[in-house]
Design a protein around this ligand. Structure first.
Ligand code: FES
Ligand code: FE2
Length: 415
């Protein structure tokens, strides 16, 4: 027996998990556009949001421009969440100073115009960008903003009739309900396919549907140009073979292809329909935001369609709702497993095994990026050349091979 008496809990892996300003991972995260809310959430009131341990006030002025400002008014510090949205910007509730979306104070109603000009007050602000129905902020060093990366599945020019919609994971649709833990626990879970077999299938019994629950499974991992993916190969009872990949894209993006694939008709590379971000709110909370490529029918979003990971709430009843403690103990889900790793998992206490290969590759890849930042280099997935920012190939999809194809095709990167 290894007694629990007097044991000490080491500190979390600060380098990989903590994201406050100035922390290594916080600086890495700040080199990418991070989503803060959906575009249609910016209405006639400002929103106070928190990400990477910082609060920002996000708003859209009445001319349609989006700003992300430090919450505390540069005058005497009142929170701009109580401010009023106007044509030209956001007006502080206390003495009416008006800030435009860049943070410049353009009106001080209690002062003269000469005084305001002489003061030249700027509210600290971050650059913003809207894409695919989401609002992004760039919280890195000024002037280092990369282009917003046009991955193939969210490139409007991807050759299919789609409309991009910004959605909240766990709000608009579901892949589990994990929220109250460190972002890395949730992100690295994407390349942990063994938990599908154990947690969702053997332990809790009924948490998936279709081909994912059938047949013999072979599991592998590989680095991709963007990050890491798993390779799951399933020989289905029908004789068809399923090849499936889910991908983590550095630093905190991921793609999960449809979890409802029935595996009945042969198909090649049916890609995921959502690019998602696990955005750290702070070190112990994570938020999910996605761009969903929604198919069009006669020019309008197809009404009966759902994102490929949407029906978890249907096939895992209760996973999206409040469940009793007993129910959670009998049928634990992602929330119980991941939040149960502690608010921040303690890497020093883990015993990583072969089945954690994806996690190991991912953490190594993150550490390499931390070094690149230290050396003054751009980290992976920094896009600066507009001519290469087009349909950047992602690596997550479902392929179904017929028995005849399965007999002649051995696994290759392209399946
Ligand atoms: S505190 Fe904002 S205008 Fe005075
Ligand atoms: Fe899961």
């Amino acid at each position: 027996m290894k007694s629990a008496y007097g044991r000490q809990t080491p500190a979390p892996d600060y380098e990989l998990t903590c994201v406050e300003p100035g922390s290594p991972m916080g600086e890495l995260m700040r080199r990418y556009w991070q989503p803060v809310c959906t575009s249609d959430e910016l209405r006639d009131l400002p929103r106070k949001e928190k990400l990477l341990c910082e609060e920002v006030i996000v708003f859209r002025d009445k001319r349609g421009r989006v700003g992300a400002l430090d919450p505390h008014c540069a005058h005497r510090g009142t929170s701009l969440e109580w401010g009023r949205i106007e044509e030209e910007g956001l007006r502080c509730c206390y003495h009416g100073w008006l800030y435009d979306t860049e943070g410049r104070c353009i009106e001080m109603p209690c002062e003269t115009a000469e005084f305001r000009q002489a003061m030249d007050v700027w509210q600290p602000a971050y650059p913003t960008h809207e894409y695919g129905g989401l609002v992004f902020v760039y919280m890195g060093p000024p002037g280092t903003e990369p282009l917003f990366p046009r991955f193939d599945i969210i490139d409007p020019d991807r050759g299919e009739d789609i409309v991009l919609r910004g959605m909240r994971l766990w709000g608009d649709y579901a892949v589990g309900m994990v929220r109250d833990c460190n972002w890395l626990q949730h992100w690295e879970n994407i390349v942990d396919p063994y938990h599908l077999l154990m947690l969702h299938q053997r332990i809790s019994g009924d948490q998936f549907d279709g081909a994912l629950t059938q047949g013999k499974t072979d599991i592998g991992w590989e680095k991709t140009p963007l990050g890491v993916r798993y390779n799951v190969i399933k020989d289905l009872p029908s004789g068809n073979r399923m090849v499936r990949h889910a991908e983590c894209i550095v630093p905190n993006m991921f793609i999960i292809p449809s979890i409802r694939e029935p595996g009945t008709s042969p198909k090649r590379k049916e890609r995921g329909t959502e690019l998602s971000w696990a955005v750290p709110i702070d070190n112990e909370h994570v938020r999910g935001l996605s761009i969903v490529a929604w198919p069009l029918e006669n020019g309008a979003p197809k009404p009966d369609w759902k994102p490929g990971t949407d029906t978890i709430a249907d096939i895992r009843p209760g996973s999206f709702l409040k469940r009793s403690y007993e129910e959670r103990q009998r049928k634990p889900d992602d929330l119980e497993a991941q939040e149960g790793q502690r608010p921040i998992a303690i890497h020093a206490l883990e015993n990583l095994a072969h089945s954690d290969t994806g996690v190991v590759i991912l953490r190594r890849l993150l550490r390499e990026q931390l070094q690149r930042i230290e050396q003054g280099l751009d980290p992976i997935n920094t896009v600066r050349d507009p001519s290469s920012n087009k349909r950047i190939p992602t690596g997550a999809w479902n392929t179904i091979l017929s028995p005849a194809e399965a007999a002649v095709l051995s696994y290759s990167e392209d399946l």
